[in-house]
Design a protein around this ligand. Structure first.
Ligand SMILES: [Zn+2]
Ligand SMILES: [Zn+2]
Length: 236
């Protein structure tokens, strides 16, 4: 047993029981998002399979969205406790809870790579880590998806979208938030096939709230030539 485990024993983020970060009782309470609960990432209304509605689709919009769990209870507590301090075992247990069929159904048919939503460098320095990158890395490792974490760059931080009530202001708030790394070879985004499979991008974040951040990042990738961008979040 590690010395730190004696001093600070692992406690369940849901109920505080000593042992693991997710005890069996709390895991049992976690509600995965069902197939009939998926939404369109543009209008946030129900959409079969999480595909963007045909009528919602614009030139640079996202192609769809998959979120694994409802953002409440144990899942919400886990996301929040990860915001304040980085605990790698917690992140590992968390990603381990994702039902594998949710990811493998995509990955088997196409060639994906995963891009975590970046934080602004100053905020990352302050916090010491980027939660989306930590969880995204674990997800990518678990499902053998290549990851690309230096392509997208965050130019500035944003006011929390939940606080920006007005739709117009919300759009403005996301203006120019993301850009591609200037030295990045854009032709990579334009490839249609990799090893005979269609190339697609998973844009990854921990939580989907209004979706403004992810739509804005997807827009930048699409403008640069990406053909297919699918949002993936742990919770919604
Ligand atoms: Zn528990
Ligand atoms: Zn829609």
């Amino acid at each position: 047993m590690h010395l730190l485990d004696v001093i600070f024993p692992k406690r369940c983020v849901g109920c505080g029981r000593v042992g693991k970060y997710f005890c069996l009782q709390c895991i049992f309470l976690i509600k995965p998002i069902g197939q009939h609960e998926t939404i369109c990432p543009v209008c946030a209304k129900p959409s079969m399979g999480g595909f963007t509605h045909r009528m919602c689709k614009a030139r640079f919009s996202m192609d769809g969205l998959t979120s694994f769990f409802h953002y409440r209870g144990v899942v919400q507590k886990a996301v929040k406790s990860m915001k304040y301090r980085f605990v790698s075992d917690l992140a590992k247990e968390f990603v381990g809870l994702i039902p594998s069929f949710c990811v493998s159904q995509f990955v088997n048919h196409n060639s994906y790579f995963l891009i975590p939503i970046p934080l602004h460098p100053s905020r990352e320095r302050f916090r010491g880590f980027n939660q989306a990158e930590v969880l995204g890395t674990l997800l990518a490792q678990r499902f053998s998806i290549p990851m690309q974490n230096n392509l997208l760059k965050r130019m500035r931080e944003t006011t929390s979208q939940v606080e920006v009530k007005d739709r117009e202001k919300r759009l403005k708030n996301m203006d120019g938030v993301f850009a591609l790394q200037p030295n990045f070879d854009k032709s990579m985004l334009k490839h249609k096939f990799v090893n005979g499979k269609e190339m697609r991008i998973f844009l990854f974040d921990d939580v989907w709230t209004t979706g403004a951040t992810m739509r804005s990042a997807a827009n930048v990738l699409k403008r640069a030539g990406a053909r297919f961008v699918w949002g993936v979040t742990i919770a919604r």
